[in-house]
Design a protein around this ligand. Structure first.
Ligand code: SF4
Length: 212
């Protein structure tokens, strides 16, 4: 498997591990489909390869809108936590504009959407409660996958998907994106460590299999 095939396998595995008929989130629900979508450069590469020029110009036109631009990564936060260091505060930006990949209330890149979209696994209608409500087990699984998606792309970057798609290969802008990190530990609460051993085995198999 090459790196993007590994990424797709990890994203499919996330769907398997978070399958839950009680979830409110489903294809066609778009409460969280704003411009605040974070991704790794590998996720942006996967999406960038599959979208055509008309969609690329729609993405480019989103550049003028306010959006959240992450300044740190999940593994950076995890590595700092191991040293009891508080992560830098992020400037949170509320986005009122919809994601450029949303058409008629449906995500047109649903099968290759980034992990940050997939982890919004709410048990209640976010439109009514204005936030997603996740159970602890799902949040644990999400963090593990965020750490592995970043690990897979450890020599890459993270950022808002719009910025990565437009400027991800521009050396002038690359220094503005936070660099991905190799995690020094995977953050799993004690009560889930036993159950998650199987997941870690599956993820390690995908990530460390020799790349094609
Ligand atoms: S990529 Fe798809 S799922 Fe993610 S915010 Fe955009 S439309 Fe929604």
């Amino acid at each position: 498997m090459n790196k993007t095939e590994k990424l797709q396998s990890i994203l499919e595995l996330h769907s398997k591990w978070t399958e839950n008929p009680g979830l409110f989130c489903k294809k066609g629900c778009s409460h969280c489909c704003t411009l605040n979508v974070s991704a790794t450069s590998l996720e942006a590469e996967l999406i960038g390869r599959k979208i055509g020029s008309s969609l690329k110009s729609k993405v480019e036109s989103s550049m003028k809108e306010k959006r959240f631009m992450p300044e740190t990564t999940t593994n950076t936060i995890a590595n700092l936590a191991l040293e009891n260091i508080e992560p830098p505060e992020e400037e949170l930006v509320f986005s009122e504009k919809t994601c450029p990949f949303l058409f008629d209330n449906e995500c047109i890149i649903y099968d290759i959407r980034p992990l940050s979209c997939r982890i919004m696994l709410s048990l209640k209608d976010c439109g009514k409660i204005a936030t997603a409500e996740l159970d602890e087990r799902t949040m644990t699984i999400n963090t593990i996958f965020q750490q592995y998606v970043e690990l897979l792309d450890h020599d890459g970057l993270s950022g808002n998907i719009i910025d990565l798609l437009v400027h991800g290969s521009n050396p002038v802008f690359i220094s503005k994106f936070p660099a991905n990190q190799v995690p020094r530990a995977i953050m799993i609460p004690p009560e889930y460590r036993n159950e998650m051993k199987e997941l870690l085995l599956e993820l390690n198999k995908i990530v460390y299999e020799k790349s094609a």
